[in-house]
Design a protein around this ligand. Structure first.
Ligand code: NAD
Length: 512
């Protein structure tokens, strides 16, 4: 499992993105000489150090917040299409650095190179989408009940936005938020995961070049630090009108509470526990390919990873056999090697969490059908794992961020939907069937209770055109396409009287 690189060496990739051996951890328009403890960026495929970042402290966050507040004031006066032009250039700059940035995502987070590149492509797509949206921030006009009155809604920039992101999408989630926040007229501060600081540095350096080339206000600030020094002050800061937080349910509950206390807005994108239902009339080969990508892809470290598979009893034995064969052929190793299908987990803690979950699963009556072991050697590799489960196992209601798939059996679709919906999370879901009735039943109000519901497609790999997010403990937030931009703006209802009378609404009389 030796680490090979694509065409460039690791040091070439880092150098081309402006990353040194030691780096400052905050940017407010200039790089701040942060003095917090060093964060070591570790390559999860080898356990080797890539580079170091001096973390931001609360005082550094404060500088970023003051700068974001100051940048918001001129930025909100730029026209939305002019703001879109900055985002268009950001997309172009990302295109130029796609290869290096995608490689860095793989090196630092451990996902396959094609997924790293795909993540950068998603950033580029988000920029393109946002540029178009910058000319379509539509408000509605409505007929007033009062004569000679005009009534309409308009959308204004909201204010500085705090963006908290998770390690598993170390660049794309910033872009989901940043591209939209920017065209909406907001400034922002990014607090990335401490597990992927180099990705955040590289993206911010790219954004910095675009801002400077256009003399734009420094709307893209960065503070790399821990939850106490950066995350908590940011959540509590009334200047941050919106906190967009992506991560675990535990984090979302903590952040949501603090933001609610000050009556700010929060956009929460939290953990999932995603399920696929396979009916007896499904195309099993299609289902197999989808399950494999959704359960094993990214080593089970996507919020949309399939963690629960519901098999109709009539096809359960056949599907399990197919899964066993497919799992045996998964090539595990260096994510930069084009032959690899599954890379490492992000760190030793993630390996430990998976093993603890497995121990609990077995203790609760689960049976390991495949995998279940740590792979010895450098890096944080595990076997993809299949566990035969029952609905009475509490562990199956929790998200374990690893390639661990629980298999259930059912007799009919109503039972499958009930089982599927019986967990606290509600992010992504799918059904495999060739029956229009089953497909439509899954998509009705009493069908899947998730924010995302697919037919004959796995649970992961969403497109940016649709609003992305989930229900219940997944937090209810929506990012990316559709009308998600509205969360980054404030709505104003305007009524304009161009007549000579002052009629009151609802027929109220108030004459002297
Ligand atoms: P995490 O919750 O450990 O950390 C996420 C971020 O929150 C990090 O930047 C962390 O420093 C910060 N944080 C943690 N506690 C905080 C607090 N009290 N105040 C402020 N900031 C705090 O998550 P992770 O391990 O990095 O990522 C994996 C999790 O993220 C999984 O649960 C996954 O499902 C979820 N996720 C969800 C989505 C989605 O769109 N729904 C996308 C990606 C990841």
């Amino acid at each position: 499992m030796s680490q090979t690189t694509a065409s460039s060496t690791v040091s070439e990739i880092l150098a081309s993105l402006g990353i040194a051996a030691e780096n400052p951890g905050a940017f407010d328009g200039s790089w701040i000489a942060t003095q917090g403890p060093e964060i070591l960026s570790i390559n999860p495929a080898t356990g080797e150090e890539l580079a170091r970042v001096r973390s931001a402290q609360a005082a550094d966050y404060e500088r970023c917040a003051a700068a974001a507040q100051a940048a918001f004031e001129p930025w909100r006066e730029w026209t939305a299409p002019a703001r879109g032009e900055i985002v268009r250039q950001l997309g172009d700059e990302l295109r130029r650095h796609k290869e290096a940035l995608g490689s860095l995502v793989s090196l630092e987070m451990g996902k396959l190179l094609s997924e790293g590149l795909g993540e950068v492509q998603e950033m580029i797509d988000m920029c393109d989408l946002a540029v178009g949206m910058s000319r379509q921030l539509f408000g509605k006009s409505m007929h007033s009940e009062r004569p000679q009155h005009r009534m309409y809604e308009q959308w204004h920039p909201l204010g500085p936005v705090g963006i908290i992101t998770a390690f598993n999408f170390p660049v794309a989630v910033w872009a989901w938020n940043a591209a939209l926040a920017a065209i909406c007229g907001d400034s922002m501060i990014w607090k990335p995961s401490e597990k992927t600081p180099l990705c955040a540095l590289a993206v911010t350096k790219i954004a910095q070049r675009v801002l400077e080339a256009n003399d734009a206000p420094p709307i893209f600030a960065l503070a790399i630090g821990d939850r106490n020094q950066v995350g908590k002050p940011m959540a509590a800061d009334p200047r941050m009108r919106l906190i967009s937080a992506t991560g675990s349910v535990r984090m979302g509950k903590a952040v949501g509470r603090v933001v609610a206390e000050r009556l700010g807005y929060s956009l929460l994108e939290l953990g999932g526990n995603n399920g696929i239902v396979v009916m007896d009339d499904a195309d099993l080969d299609l289902a197999l390919r989808a399950v494999l990508f959704a359960a094993v892809g990214t080593a089970g470290q996507r919020c949309t990873t399939t963690r629960r598979l519901f098999l109709h009893k009539a096809i359960a034995a056949e599907m399990k056999q197919k899964l066993l064969e497919a799992y045996q052929s998964v090539r595990i190793g260096d994510p930069l090697d084009a032959e690899t299908l599954m890379g490492p987990l992000v760190d030793g803690g993630a390996v430990e969490d998976m093993m603890k979950a497995l121990e609990r699963a077995v203790g609760e009556g689960g049976k390991i059908l495949y995998g279940g072991r740590v792979i010895e050697g450098p890096g944080f590799f595990v076997e993809p794992t299949l566990v035969e489960a029952t609905s009475h196992m509490p562990i199956t209601c929790e998200e374990t961020f690893a390639p661990l798939l629980y298999l259930f059996e059912f007799d009919d679709l109503d039972e499958a939907i009930e089982l599927h919906n019986s967990v606290p999370q509600g992010l992504s879901s799918a059904i495999f069937t060739l029956s229009m009735r089953s497909a439509e039943r899954f998509l009705t109000a009493s069908g899947s209770d998730c924010g995302i519901a697919n037919v004959n497609i796995g649970t992961s790999g969403a497109e940016i055109g649709g609003a992305f997010g989930g229900e219940k403990e997944t937090g209810g937030g929506r990012e990316a396409g559709s009308d998600s931009w509205k969360l980054y703006m404030r709505r104003q209802t305007c009524t304009l009287n161009w007549g000579e009378e002052l009629p009151l609404a609802q027929g109220v009389e108030f004459d002297v």
